[in-house]
Design a protein around this ligand. Structure first.
Ligand SMILES: Cc1cc2nc3c(=O)[nH]c(=O)nc-3n(C[C@H](O)[C@H](O)[C@H](O)COP(=O)(O)OP(=O)(O)OC[C@H]3O[C@@H](n4cnc5c(N)ncnc54)[C@H](O)[C@@H]3O)c2cc1C
Length: 405
């Protein structure tokens, strides 16, 4: 049977593309999912809660959350943005909530509800879903496309939408139809360091200013950093890992980070420290830290790293010790030597080259009738619901542009 549309991949973008296309008038829409379960990444996303979008609405701010695809997303978000995705899910009966930091979750805090919402709407609309249907090959025919599926099954469709996420097979299918691929590299990961003295502080999270240097290239950011027993993680580190993903990959994940633990200038730190020293001259360093923000274990670890005796009284600290303490507080340096284990979110930077896509329709410029949406493209965002948002948006635009006008 010749379908109007076959979607390869039953993930976030596959479902949004299918539902949009069928609700716009396409008669036969089929999703072919290679594994035995659809929407598996939705299930594990956001620690099982699924952070499905963000409350950031201003498009000029929204696109800043995408290290790759920023320019192309401007036009796409003008058509289907975060507030549209929010309304779309609410309209389908999924209640959503916005957390303080702008992340959007289902009110139930369960990704299962996002899955039920998408699968129920797809079923009601008449989308056919076939699991265990890994697409091995696509051939162009007179009527459209012929897809060969594992187990010697064949499907025919007038149009094809590739939504295979970061799976290499999707990139291979795209290449077989003439597309070029921007080399995939990991994004959104933590940093490992071999410096051990911070291990006692693992679990501490605080706002800090970070300067990351890879070869001669510098990246600067500010935000919550989490000390782990291997190095550093937390929102600011994941963000830096995304924006520097290609440079870090090229440099085999070696780099240097300088941390300003207090987000203060040298002058501010020096004057606060001098005043504290004056007022607390008879007190011991160990129990009396000049900066409330700094957790006690981190204060102790920093003193230890400088070999400053913690039993010293403030009046006995030498000028040299004071200066090294100031330096350590505002630009402590750590060598990164590898990529840490993945954070709760992890995406692939790279994929189908954006030059070959018409972003008004998501159709290939190389192969008529072939469309792309989601992570298979060279577009990725930072944590906060931005990756799913790009999936909803690109798939919605694709689903809308397949309907004969
Ligand atoms: C642990 C984790 C947590 C995450 N949490 C969040 C979060 O909270 N918020 C957020 O915005 N982003 C999150 N992300 C990122 C987000 O999950 C992805 O960006 C998103 O799932 C990509 O959707 P997609 O539809 O493009 O691809 P996918 O969800 O990967 O779906 C692709 C589907 O295609 C199938 N497939 C692949 N090749 C073939 C083939 N040849 N034939 C048939 N089927 C095929 C795959 O089996 C898969 O089901 C997280 C990622 C991870 C790994």
């Amino acid at each position: 049977m010749l379908s109007d549309l076959i979607i390869i991949g039953g993930g976030a973008s596959g479902f949004m593309g299918a539902i949009t296309a069928i609700s716009n008038g396409l008669r036969s829409v089929v999703i072919l999912e290679g594994t035995s379960k659809v929407l598996e990444k939705v299930r594990i996303s956001g620690g099982g809660r699924c952070n499905l979008t963000n409350s950031c609405c201003e498009i000029s701010n929204l696109v800043n959350n995408y290290p790759r695809g920023e320019k192309q997303l401007i036009g796409l978000f003008n058509r289907f943005s975060t507030s549209d995705a929010f309304d779309w899910f609410q309209k389908q009966g999924l209640s959503l909530k916005i957390e303080k930091d702008g992340r959007v979750f289902p009110c139930s805090d369960s990704s299962e509800d996002v899955i039920s919402c998408l699968t129920n709407v797809a079923k009601k609309s008449g989308v056919k879903v076939f699991i265990n249907s890994h697409v091995k090959q696509i051939r162009i025919t007179k009527k459209g496309f012929n897809l060969s599926v594992k187990g010697n099954n064949y499907y025919e469709a007038k149009k094809v939408l590739i939504c295979t996420g970061s799976h290499p097979s999707g990139r291979r299918l795209a290449m077989s139809l003439g597309h070029s691929i921007i080399q995939p590299v990991p994004s959104l990961f933590s940093f490992s360091t071999s410096e051990n003295y911070l291990k006692s502080c693992s679990g501490i999270s605080l706002d800090a200013q970070i300067k990351l240097t890879i070869n001669k290239k510098k990246y600067v950011d500010k935000g919550p950093i989490l000390i782990t027993h291997r190095g550093f993680s937390g929102p600011v580190i994941l963000r830096l890992s995304a924006f520097s993903a290609r440079d870090l990959y090229a440099n085999k994940y070696n780099g240097e980070i300088k941390i300003n633990w207090l987000c203060m200038s040298e002058v501010e730190v020096r004057s606060k420290l001098d005043l504290f020293k004056l007022k607390n001259s008879k007190k011991f360093l160990i129990n009396n830290k000049p900066f409330n923000k700094l957790p006690r274990s981190l204060w102790n670890a920093l003193l230890l790293s400088l070999s400053i005796d913690r039993q010293l009284k403030w009046s006995d600290i030498s000028k040299y010790q004071k200066e090294s303490l100031i330096k350590c507080l505002i630009m402590n340096s750590y060598l990164i030597n590898s990529r840490g284990p993945f954070g709760e979110e992890f995406v692939t930077a790279g994929g189908v080259s954006l030059k070959e896509i018409n972003f008004k329709t998501m159709e290939s410029k190389i192969c008529k009738g072939l469309f792309f949406a989601g992570e298979v493209l060279d577009i990725d965002g930072i944590t906060g619901g931005f990756n799913f948002q790009h999936c909803w948006t690109s798939a919605w635009v694709a689903g809308n542009s397949m309907v004969p006008k």
